[in-house]
Structure formats: C-alpha cells, structure tokens
Design a protein around this ligand. Structure first.
Ligand SMILES: Cc1cc2nc3c(=O)[nH]c(=O)nc-3n(C[C@H](O)[C@H](O)[C@H](O)COP(=O)(O)O)c2cc1C
Ligand SMILES: O=C(O)C(=O)c1ccccc1
Length: 384
C-alpha cells in the first residue's frame, strides 16, 4: 500500500494509506467484502424498516450552511474542552460492542488508535476485551465507560467501581436500549451477535457476575449476559442512585426529546449524548440531527451536549457542531476501518474525517469551534 503523511493542525503527522477507501459508501462496501455476512449486516443494519437510519441521513442532507469568506483561516483550531480536559479534535469514539466481530484485536486496536490520535474513547459494556485490559493498553488516555444497566443492579455498580479503579473518566449510561431493537436483518438470518461469545470481556471476571454464575443463576456467560442486559425497569429514580455511587461525571446516551434533556439536568446529569443509536433501536424516530437544536437550546451550555448517529463525513461533523454539539461521536465508520485494516484502519478513518472537517472549516471561513458554532444553516424539505 502506498502511504502519504498528512500534517494535521494539531501538529502530529499521521500516515494515510492511499488505497484506503475515503468515502463512507466505499468504506462500507470494502468492509462487506471482508466480513462474514452476519457480522457485516449486524453492524450495518438498523431496526425495522430502517426508517430511523434514513431519517438520520435525510436530516444531514436537509441542512446547508452559508459560508462567510475573507476571514483568515490559515490556522485552524479544532480543539475542544470536556470535563476540564482539552482535546485537539472534536471527536469521540462511540461505544460499539463486540469488536472481535470485526478484528481479533478488537477494542485493543481501537484504543491504540484513539490514544495515538488523542480522541476520547468510550468502551462498551459488551466489549470483547475487558475494561481493565483496554485501560492497560493506554492508561493515561481519556476513556469513558458505557454502561448497559443490568437487571441485577449489583453487577452494574460493580462495573462502575471497576471503571473508576481502572482510571475511566466518565460513565455513559445508555438509556435507549430498554430491550434490543427489532433488527430485521439479524432476524432474517437468525444472527445473534451475543451467542458468538464476543461480549464476555467485562463479565468473565466481574466478581458479582461470577458469584451469580457459580450460584447457578445462569447456565453460562451468554445466558447470564442475555438475562441481564435489558433494562426496561430503569427509570429516573435510578439516576440518583447511580450519581450517589460514583464521583465520575455521568452522561446519558440516547436523548432525543428536550423534556428528557430537562429531566436529565434536574437529575444532576453531567452531559448528554443526543443519539438514536444509529437507527438500530427504535424505528420511525426523528433523525438525530433534527433533535439536536431543541436540545442545545434547553441545555443552554449548562452541560456538554455530544452527538451521534449518521456522522459519516467531515461535512456531517461540521453541521452537527454548527448546530451546537460540543463533540461528535463516530460509530460505524471506525468499525468498518477496524474490519478493513485493524488499528491502522481505525486511524485512517478518523484522520479522513478529521482532515475533511479541517478543509470544510477552512473553506467555510471558520477557524475555531466558537466560529463554527456561529455558522448560519438553512433547512430545506428534502425527499430522498
Ligand atoms: C455494531 C454496533 C454496536 C453498537 N454497540 C453499542 C453498545 O454496546 N453500546 C452503546 O451505547 N451503543 C452501541 N452502538 C451505538 C453507537 O454507540 C452509536 O450510537 C451509533 O453507532 C451511531 O450511529 P452511526 O454508526 O450511524 O453513526 C453500537 C453501534 C454499532 C454500529
Ligand atoms: O448492537 C447494538 O447497537 C448494541 O448496542 C448492543 C446491545 C446489546 C448487546 C450488544 C450490542
């Protein structure tokens, strides 16, 4: 593979493989060639008729921005600050479960890429490698732990304590996975990612989970994970308990309604992630980007508002940031990069997104996140 070196604005040289797919469709097509069909469809697919997935894209396509020119954009500052820490790029790795479905190095490859690029990394509860193994690879890098609430709450509290002990900097509680979405693609071929055994990382050595396993509450790990993962009983009352249990900032992932954003603030939540889970959970909901402006309005800068679902280019990231997101979380693109070329693939994807964002900022006359936030957008009614 030919390589070239790109000098990014945060002064770290990054190598990009020239024959690595650049745009999202090509990335997805390449991953499809490489991955077993079930794994690929699980990653690509969404819930139901995939209306929500389409709504995500329609939302991005509906916004257009109006550049203002003859501003000095010879130096672009993309840095952001989150919970008192500064990062050179406005990106975050979204939590994505079971990375061994894509590559044997799984989350270890992703955290290596994240730490080289200095992009915060959110590890999933259902990771293939444990939170401790991931932390060991990059002890000083900023990591968040995404929590799927367990039916047996002691397991969740145990995982939070382990994340604290291993140096994770925040807990991201995902609230949109009350039950797993109606994933028609997986149902069609009877594909069950959990049954492949790649979701065990955080459960295998969890003291509470093991105790229950030995007590015979579950037949095996997979049975135990399946029995624990749905959280339909989770309510606002739990947030108080979680906040009491940990000193770490707690973010809620999956906020779409401004009323929920208000409740989150009233409950003392430290940050929000506007997300519809990439259209994988509830079909027929609003595009995530369409939910963003009303939420940033009610939050009004009191806590960080992060964003995900459908960010597939630097221009998409630009639009989400212009609509008030403090950082954007990247999901499927990096997962495809991981499938294609492991750690290097993850780096390539993130650097392509980043370099396109920098190019977009330069052309749009915006040299910092503050200026980007002032960009004017127009929304048109789009049919795709
Ligand atoms: C294969 C896959 C697995 C995921 N696993 C999790 C998970 O374990 N926990 C979680 O909160 N979100 C999970 N997500 C959702 C992502 O965090 C994120 O919300 C989503 O990927 C954003 O949509 P996008 O990929 O279209 O940008 C997963 C997404 C994918 C594609
Ligand atoms: O597939 C997903 O999107 C996801 O979040 C999940 C939920 C439960 C188990 C594994 C992954």
């Amino acid at each position: 593979m030919k390589t070239m070196t790109i000098q990014s604005k945060d002064k770290e040289p990054h190598e990009i493989k020239q024959d690595f797919p650049v745009n999202f469709d090509n990335l997805e097509a390449k991953a499809k060639e490489i991955l077993p069909l079930g794994n690929f469809e699980y990653i690509r697919g969404g819930a139901g008729q995939e209306q929500t997935m389409r709504n995500n894209r329609i939302a991005f396509e509906s916004y257009a921005f109006i550049p203002q020119l003859l501003n000095d954009t010879s130096s672009i500052d993309t840095s952001i600050s989150l919970f008192g820490i500064s990062f050179p790029k406005p990106f975050i790795f979204a939590p994505v479960g079971m990375n061994m479905l894509e590559h044997p190095d799984g989350e270890l490859a992703v955290i290596r890429a994240a730490s080289k690029l200095n992009i915060p990394y959110a590890l999933s509860t259902v990771s293939s490698y444990s939170l401790e193994e991931v932390a060991e690879v990059a002890p000083d890098h900023t990591k968040f732990f995404q929590l799927y609430w367990s039916k047996e709450e002691e397991i969740s509290f145990s995982m939070i304590s382990r994340a604290e002990a291993a140096g994770y900097r925040a807990i991201v509680l995902t609230i949109d996975t009350t039950v797993s979405g109606w994933r028609t693609g997986d149902l069609k071929i009877n594909f069950s990612p959990l049954s492949q055994g790649f979701a065990k990382g955080n459960y295998v050595n969890d003291p509470i989970f093991r105790k229950n396993l030995l007590n015979g509450s579950y037949e095996n790990y997979i049975d135990g994970i399946l029995k624990n993962i749905d959280h339909a009983h989770l309510t606002w009352a739990h947030i108080e308990k979680i906040k009491k249990h940990t000193k770490l900032p707690v973010l809620l992932k999956g906020i779409l309604h401004p009323n929920d954003a208000v409740k989150a603030l009233e409950s003392g939540i430290d940050g929000l992630i506007v997300s519809n889970h990439g259209g994988r959970q509830l079909d027929g909901v609003i595009g995530s980007l369409d939910a963003l402006p009303n939420i940033t309005k009610v939050v009004n800068g009191r806590v960080p508002v992060l964003f995900d679902s459908g960010v597939y280019s630097g221009v998409d990231a630009f639009k989400a940031l212009a609509l008030g997101a403090d950082a954007v979380c990247i999901g499927r693109p990096y997962v495809y990069g991981l499938a294609i070329a492991g750690e290097q693939g993850v780096q390539n994807v993130m650097m392509n997104l980043y370099n396109e964002l920098v190019t977009t900022m330069t052309l749009a006359g915006t040299s910092s996140m503050e200026e980007l936030k002032k960009v004017e957008l127009v929304k048109r009614n789009n049919q795709m």
